[in-house]
Design a protein around this ligand. Structure first.
Ligand SMILES: [Zn+2]
Length: 318
C-alpha cells in the first residue's frame, strides 16, 4: 500500500466573536485551526484517506473519477482551505458530490463552506433535519462533551440530496452503496461501500479510539450501534478495507472484536444489574480490553459512564 504523506500546518490565529451558547464549539474549532495536521494515504485504485492528526477530525474519504471527485465527510469549515489544497495535491478535478456520514461537526461542519459552492451534498434525511437546528450532543460518556452545542446551518449550507434507507451511485465501473441501517451512533448514520474496490467508510459507526461515543441526544442507541456493527460485518469479507470514523484503516477482524467487546458490555451490564451489582462491580466483571485505555478522560470513569449509558437506555437509573 503506497503511502503518501502531506504534512501541512496552520499556525495563524483567527479572531472569533464568542457567544456563550456555542462557546465549546467555538473553542474547539479555534484549536483545530491552530493545531491541525493532515495525513494522506492512498487506499487503493482512486481511493484516498485524509486523516486529521491531533485535532479530533473525522476521517475524510476521497474517490477520484474521470467525472469529478466524491468526498466522504468534509471536516471543519474553518480548515476548508487546508482540506481543499490537500485534495488539489491529489487531483485538480471539480467536486461532483459530497457525502455526509452523519451530522456531527467533526465530520460535516464543512457543509458550511462546500454547500455555498453549490456542490451537491448527499446525506440521510435526519442529517438535514439536525443541521437545520442547533445540535446538542450527549455528554454522558465523555465529560468533555457536556454542554456542547453546534450552531444551525444556513439554508445554503445543508445537504441537498437525502435518502431514508439506501442510495446507490454509479461512477464508471464503481458502484457506491450508501446504507442507513437504523439508529446507532446517531439517527442518521450512513455506511458507504465501494463495491468494486471493496472499501467501506463506516463513519462513526466504527471507530478506533476505545469505547465509542454514542450520541443518545442525537438519536443514537447503544443496542442499535451493536446491531449496525453486525450489518457492517454482513457486507464485508476478509479483504474489505474499513475506514473508521476516527483512526487508521481497519478490517473485518477488528470490527468483529469491537462488536464482541461491546456485546460483553451490554450483556454484563444488564445481567449485573439484575443480580444487584453496583456500577463499579459491573465494571469489574467486564474483562475485555476495550475501555482499558481512554482517548478522552480517565479510563475507569469513561467505562462507568458507558455502563450508566446502557442502564439509561434501558430506563434504569441508579
Ligand atoms: Zn460522530
Amino acid at each position: 500500500m503506497k503511502k503518501l504523506f502531506i504534512i501541512l500546518c496552520l499556525s495563524h490565529t483567527l479572531g472569533y466573536s464568542q457567544s456563550v451558547k456555542y462557546l465549546k464549539y467555538e473553542e474547539t474549532i479555534k484549536q483545530v485551526s491552530e493545531n491541525l495536521t493532515l495525513r494522506v494515504e492512498k487506499i487503493k485504485d482512486n481511493l484516498y484517506l485524509i486523516e486529521g492528526l491531533g485535532a479530533g477530525m473525522g476521517n475524510i474519504g476521497l474517490f477520484v473519477t474521470d467525472n469529478g471527485l466524491i468526498m466522504i465527510d468534509n471536516s471543519f469549515e474553518i480548515v476548508e482551505d487546508l482540506i481543499t489544497s490537500t485534495i488539489r495535491e491529489i487531483s485538480t478535478k471539480p467536486f461532483k458530490y459530497i457525502l455526509n456520514t452523519h451530522h456531527h461537526y467533526d465530520h460535516s461542519d464543512g457543509n458550511r463552506a462546500y454547500g455555498k459552492m453549490n456542490i451537491p451534498i448527499i446525506s440521510h434525511i435526519n442529517v438535514l433535519k439536525r443541521q437545520k437546528n442547533a445540535s446538542e450532543t450527549y455528554g454522558g460518556i465523555f465529560k468533555v462533551l457536556e454542554g456542547f452545542e453546534a450552531p444551525p446551518h444556513e439554508e445554503n449550507e445543508l445537504p441537498t440530496i437525502t435518502f431514508s434507507k439506501k442510495i446507490t451511485l454509479q461512477e464508471q465501473d464503481e458502484i457506491i452503496n450508501v446504507y442507513y441501517f437504523g439508529p446507532g451512533h446517531t439517527d442518521g448514520d450512513s455506511i458507504i461501500k465501494f463495491e468494486r474496490a471493496n472499501v467501506i467508510h463506516a463513519g462513526d459507526s466504527f471507530i478506533m479510539y476505545g469505547l465509542p461515543f454514542i450520541d443518545l441526544t442525537g438519536g443514537g442507541n447503544i443496542k442499535g450501534f451493536i446491531e449496525n456493527l453486525n450489518k457492517i460485518i454482513s457486507i464485508s469479507n476478509q479483504e474489505t478495507i474499513i475506514i473508521p470514523g476516527h483512526g487508521p484503516l481497519s478490517n473485518l477482524e477488528k470490527v468483529k472484536q469491537f462488536r464482541n467487546d461491546l456485546k460483553e458490555y451490554y450483556q454484563k451490564t444488564l445481567e449485573g444489574y439484575n443480580d444487584g451489582l453496583s456500577v463499579q462491580e459491573i465494571s469489574n466483571s467486564i474483562k475485555c480490553d476495550l475501555g482499558k485505555t481512554a482517548a478522552f478522560g480517565e479510563a475507569n470513569e469513561v467505562k462507568l459512564n458507558f455502563i450508566n449509558s446502557i442502564l439509561l437506555e434501558n430506563n434504569i437509573t441508579q
